[in-house]
Design a protein. Structure first.
Lengths: 192, 192
């Protein structure tokens, strides 16, 4: 037990580093960039709050578990802004290596379980993963709308690009959520 | 549906403010104080990772839900450091008022549900709440051990005071976890 617990605590202390990974999006009050630790909390709260908009059969508690661990790989691989340029293949490799290192800090059975959950999220095929991805893409949209454009301004992103890069994934998890968001985005760009 | 969704999104945008509430404890690398948003993520990950140490019957997904919302009231009431002086009665009142305001941003049914979950956490009587409280108290201990003393140094806290203020609550949720932590704390104070 003590050996298992030591491994679990080592993993949790290592996870603390996610609070120092900076993201492209800013807080709603525009006071600073968001970090990936607090982002992970916020998207988990999104999933809990918006559960009724998920497709039938989605298990929200599994979605929340996924979202708690979905960005841990950024401790090694960093955050790749959705509107920035990056080498997708190199990034995927770096994230796989990060997952290998981080989850193997845990006792083997837990490591396998958490890795499978992260792999499921990454694959974005199961209903739970599709909704988790949808929520993960939606949260920065709301932040940007609240703070006057945020990363859309920084990266010179058009309404059309948001629909392509973000909308498709939000809509896959919940068409109704995307329809609502699209209206807010259109209003934002019209007012600019 | 659109009205419900608007209320849910207003709640989620308001929740963003928790990322600007500063806590007494610092990150593991001592680079800055932790905020209550990222703390909420970290303790939820603690619950997920340490689930096997909970008493039989504890439902970890309910514990995680509690931990996602447990500190929201700090948006209005601020964080009251466990080792600091504060007027417990005034704080409890401020937190109740904060809960009234924040949860009522949500559609009524969800507001009632989340408020009940927060009340259960605060009451610290149900097995799920007792484990959630245990994890919430444990995380700053690990942070302090990692960063060389942290808030124990800032507040001039003794090993005995940690046992009284923190240990009792950790042990209530999981005696085995507290036994392990107590060993680490003793080693830390012996080395100082």
């Amino acid at each position: 037990m003590s050996e298992r617990l030591s491994q679990q605590l080592a993993f949790l202390i290592e996870a603390d580093k996610l609070k120092s990974v900076s993201r492209a999006s800013s807080l709603s009050d525009n006071s600073r960039k968001e970090n990936s630790g607090e982002h992970s909390w916020h998207v988990a709260l999104y999933a809990l709050t918006l559960a009724e908009h998920a497709e039938p059969g989605v298990r929200i508690d599994r979605v929340i578990r996924m979202l708690l661990i979905h960005d841990l790989v950024e401790i090694d691989a960093g955050d790749a802004p959705i509107h920035g340029d990056h080498d997708a293949e190199a990034l995927a490799l770096a994230e796989q290596q990060a997952a290998d290192r981080l989850f193997s800090l845990l006792p083997t059975d837990t490591a396998v379980e958490m890795r499978a959950l992260w792999d499921e999220f990454e694959a974005a095929q199961s209903p739970d993963a599709v909704f988790a991805k949808s929520v993960d893409r939606m949260q920065p949209v709301l932040q940007n709308l609240a703070n006057g454009g945020g990363s859309w301004v920084d990266y010179d992103v058009s309404e059309q690009q948001i629909a392509e890069r973000v909308g498709a994934k939000v809509a896959r998890g919940s068409p109704a959520l995307w329809e609502h968001l699209r209206g807010l985005i259109t209003a934002h760009f019209s007012a600019r």
